[in-house]
Design a protein around this ligand. Structure first.
Ligand SMILES: NC(=O)c1ccc[n+]([C@H]2O[C@H](COP(=O)([O-])OP(=O)(O)OC[C@H]3O[C@@H](n4cnc5c(N)ncnc54)[C@H](O)[C@@H]3O)[C@@H](O)[C@H]2O)c1
Length: 388
């Protein structure tokens, strides 16, 4: 049988085998993972903060607030044990660098075999495959806009469409827990903060209309610059007192006036609302942003707490960048990147992983070390995230 036919048959059989397994059975097959139990929702973080400040956690109203459906996680998305992780891919769907390269490397060569059958993907659209050797059952591949620091209304629409298409595909496949990287903010040069606004606005709108279909959306950040942006914004977009019906209208005015050290907090939600884009206002005029925002320090990968700065912020700077990403600034080079071969060497389709790989149940990693996805391998880390 030709190699390609054999591989085609293999990925279909492998996909069927894996998707019919229970989580316990699958855990015997993947190396390391971070379970959802170790990724607190925003609501859980707020309750934890209330109890650590000796406030009555009863004050934390759960008036059908969406903040129990979102989390912020800082680390390697390939380690998250969720129903689906989203890949920031390119239109070829044949792999590349950045998070795309990490996901393909961690998932193994069978992912590429399935991707080859998908016939690519348009910008703003999404396609789904099995997760194979990942802790995630599925990978949803989406293609963000190439903004190169200059955001047009089309770029915003396309980026919002990435989140909407991925979430729609998730609900169509009974996927209830999903993790997003910061789509388009790496090599595609979409400035970090505007991208976070689009992501948070789009996810919030989707969750308001599909509360019963999604249990958790995890914003998985990798860089400190994104960690700080999402940490600041998540409470604004998903306030603890609900207030999800009006788009960012309601806020706990006491909460917003000043933080515990009396420092003025960000302006009242009303002003933020005026500035904040929402899904309907994605066609605001072009905005030029320096792409300095698109770069930023890299930090260790830590399950973080959504505390304000005086809280138990557990992220701590590390010296080494997570990976040396070659900054591609030449637009032509970026444009033809769509057809470029994977930047980071991936296992070729013919190479099979060593069957002698350890099959024992993997140690759950809860506080991943600051190794990058390229270096991840069998590790004996088994601390409880809560001690992180
Ligand atoms: N970065 C590169 O050098 C490079 C080269 C070729 C292709 N690509 C990839 O980049 C293009 C898409 O650009 P993009 O800006 O949407 O994606 P991206 O360049 O992967 O950046 C998206 C975001 O993901 C972050 N990230 C990187 N690794 C991980 C990880 N393991 N877990 C969680 N987050 C992570 C990264 O820091 C950034 O915030 C595609 O062509 C894709 O193949 C990247």
């Amino acid at each position: 049988m030709y190699q390609s036919n054999k591989k085609k048959r293999q990925w279909k059989e492998e996909k069927e085998r894996l998707l019919n397994m229970t989580r316990e059975e699958r855990r015997k097959e993947y190396r390391e993972y971070v379970s959802l139990d170790n990724i607190p929702s925003l609501m859980e973080e707020l309750k934890r903060k209330a109890s650590s400040n000796d406030e009555s956690s009863e004050e934390i109203q759960v008036k059908n607030s969406l903040c129990e459906k979102v989390s912020l996680y800082k680390g390697d998305i390939t380690q998250l044990e969720v129903d689906a992780i989203v890949n920031a891919a390119n239109t070829s769907l044949l792999g590349g660098g950045g998070v795309d390269g990490c996901i393909h490397r961690a998932s193994g060569p069978t992912l590429l075999a399935e991707c080859r059958e998908l016939g690519g993907c348009e910008t703003g659209q999404a396609k789904i495959t099995c997760g194979y050797e990942l802790p995630a059952k599925y990978v949803i591949h989406t293609v963000g806009p190439i903004a190169r620091g200059h955001i047009s209304p089309n770029h915003k629409q396309d980026l919002a469409s990435c989140y909407n298409s991925s979430l729609t595909l998730a609900t169509e496949n009974d996927i209830r827990t999903i993790a997003f990287p910061c789509i388009s903010t790496g090599i595609y040069g979409y400035p970090n903060e505007p991208a976070a606004n689009v992501a948070l606005t789009t996810v919030k709108e989707f969750l308001k209309k599909n509360r019963d279909k999604i249990d958790r959306v995890i914003f998985c950040v990798f860089l400190e610059v994104d960690f700080k942006i999402y940490k600041r914004k998540l409470n604004e977009f998903f306030p603890k007192d609900g207030g999800d019906d009006e788009e960012g209208e309601k806020c706990d005015s006491e909460e917003m006036k000043e933080d515990s050290e009396g420092k003025p907090k960000s302006p009242p939600m009303k002003k933020i609302k005026e500035k904040k884009e929402d899904a309907s206002s994605l066609d605001s005029p072009d905005e030029d942003y320096s792409t300095e925002e698109a770069t930023g320090n890299t930090q260790d990968m830590t399950v973080m707490s959504l505390e304000t700065d005086e809280g138990n912020d557990v992220s701590s700077p590390t010296a080494d960048p997570l990976e040396e990403v070659e900054e591609i600034t030449d637009p032509d080079e970026l444009e033809n990147m769509e057809t470029s071969q994977p930047k980071v060497p991936m296992e070729t389709e013919g190479s099979d992983r060593d069957p002698a790989e350890p099959s024992d149940v993997q140690k759950e990693i809860a506080s991943p070390s600051n190794e990058t996805c390229q270096e991840s391998g069998p590790k004996d880390t088994n601390e409880d995230a809560n001690e992180a």
